[in-house]
Ligand binder design. Structure first.
Ligand code: GAP
Length: 436
């Protein structure tokens, strides 16, 4: 059974800052309320996580298509979806220190001052409100979407009519969502601006429960296939009180974070709730007509909904390792090669001008195929350490012999094995070891 490990959190947060994965947003102004920016390595890692999701959900399947809907939508969408009325958290004020908390997270005691003198809980709507156009009145109110899912539901007929798909089929979308969380925290685990990877799978009503089980297993497997140990993951079924307003059943994929089990993704059986609501509020028919059987029905929806920041954080935490190489401690990120931000580092043994032309020739050769970094500063041992720490699977070293034999040394991050490979064969060698 894995255990919570608070030190690991600090180690990974430090590494993220030190190496350029994640920075506090607006840092020169003292940061801004639990918002974060992804740096040069973080943007690559995050993109690789999203690409891996898209690949497994869209590219490798013929029953799911993608869309990219706008963040701003007609306000009626949020009336129909139930978010305006029910997307709330219970807010309490501490009468002593005036801090505000989510009631369900504090067990009756103010975490700031220890007082139990708290106000009654009142529902606090998590949607960010803004105005569209130059006039700031009730008629121009709009909301930043709190989930990407609704952009999919309102496009159901558009996709059905243009994609030649029929239930069971899915629509996938990745993008930003916003929630005015009362207490964000735990680094990028809970933020007010975050990215989601959501897929709505439309099925004949009777098939809902079967597809729910299917997607629970599929989604759990995705994390395992990308390197998270099975024992650090679990599926947790929601009990009746915990279910969202739209759900007939939800199970969360949870990861053992340094602070305990935390949700990575929810798989929900949303039944026909959303399509029925949008049909009612828009006056449009949102149904499927099966020409073969003459049957007309509102599909049920199974929804796997994942967070990009949370899964990126879980991949980093699971990959973090410390070991010893030549009696020296090293930190290594054992990221799955598909996720590693830099796949190949090209390292001339010394900064001598004689090696530079060949090293740059190798860089030019590898760069079109893999995300590559070129580094000629510092001693080679330190450069290896840096690449280990950012999870680079292969380092290619150009030495003085290379000038004679046109071969380079390829070092494997995990096994530390070193192979001497002819420059001509280098791209093929790497291609065999790095996923497409
Ligand atoms: N459409 C369903 C939906 O949005 P959710 O469980 O509220 O379901 C799905 O969100 C996923 O989005 C969560 O499992 C989590 O990974 C991510 N997520 C939700 N709120 C978040 C927040 N404030 N910060 C970071 N990620 C968040």
């Amino acid at each position: 059974m894995p255990e919570a490990n608070p030190d690991r959190m600090e180690q990974v947060v430090n590494l993220c800052k030190r190496r350029g994965f994640v920075f506090p947003s607006s840092e020169i102004y003292g940061g801004f309320r639990s918002t974060y920016d992804y740096g040069p390595l973080g943007v690559l890692l995050k993109r690789n996580v999203m690409d891996a999701w898209w690949r497994s959900m869209v590219q490798l399947r013929d029953d799911i298509v993608g869309i990219d809907a706008a963040i701003l939508m007609a306000p009626k969408v949020w009336e129909a979806s139930g978010h305006l009325a029910t997307f709330t958290d219970p807010l309490v004020d501490c009468r002593k220190c005036k801090e505000r908390w989510r009631e369900d997270q504090i067990e009756g005691v103010c975490p700031n001052c220890g007082s139990t003198d708290l106000t009654e809980a009142r529902p606090f709507n998590l949607m960010f409100k803004t105005f569209v156009g130059p006039v700031e009145d009730e008629g121009s109110v709009a909301y930043l979407r709190p989930e990407t899912a609704q952009g999919i539901f309102v496009n159901f007929m558009n996709v059905l009519q243009t994609s030649r798909k029929k239930p069971p089929f899915g629509i996938a979308q990745m993008g930003k969502s916003f929630r005015n969380e009362i207490t964000p925290g735990n680094f990028i685990f809970r933020t007010r601006e975050f990215e989601q990877m959501e897929m709505e799978f439309f099925v004949p009503p009777a098939e809902g429960p079967t597809w729910f089980e299917y997607w629970c297993q599929e989604r759990l497997r995705w994390y395992v296939d990308l390197g998270i140990p099975e024992e650090s993951l679990r599926m947790r079924q929601h009990d009746a009180e915990e279910l969202s307003h739209y759900s007939a059943g939800t199970a969360d994929v949870e990861f053992m974070f340094p602070f305990g089990w935390g949700e990575l993704e929810g798989v929900a059986n949303r039944t026909d709730y959303d399509l029925t609501q949008h049909a009612k509020f828009s006056g449009e028919r949102l149904e499927y007509f099966d020409q073969a059987s003459g049957e007309r029905y509102v599909p049920h929806v199974i929804e796997p909904a994942a967070g990009v920041g949370r899964s990126t954080m879980a991949f980093l935490l699971a990959a973090y390792d410390e070991d010893e190489v030549n009696n020296e401690k090293r930190t290594v990120l054992r990221l799955h090669p598909r996720l590693a931000p830099i796949k190949v580092a090209v390292l001339p043994l010394s900064k001598k001008d004689t090696l530079t032309p060949t090293a740059r020739e190798v860089l030019t050769l590898v760069q079109p195929h893999f995300m590559t970094e070129y580094d000629e500063t510092q001693a080679i041992g330190r450069r290896y350490r840096r690449q280990d720490e950012i999870g680079t699977p292969y380092c290619v070293t150009i030495d003085f012999e290379t000038l004679e034999d046109r071969a380079v040394t390829v070092r494997d991050r995990d096994t530390l094995a070193q192979d001497r490979i002819s420059i001509d064969k280098l791209v093929d060698y790497l291609r065999e070891r790095l996923p497409a």
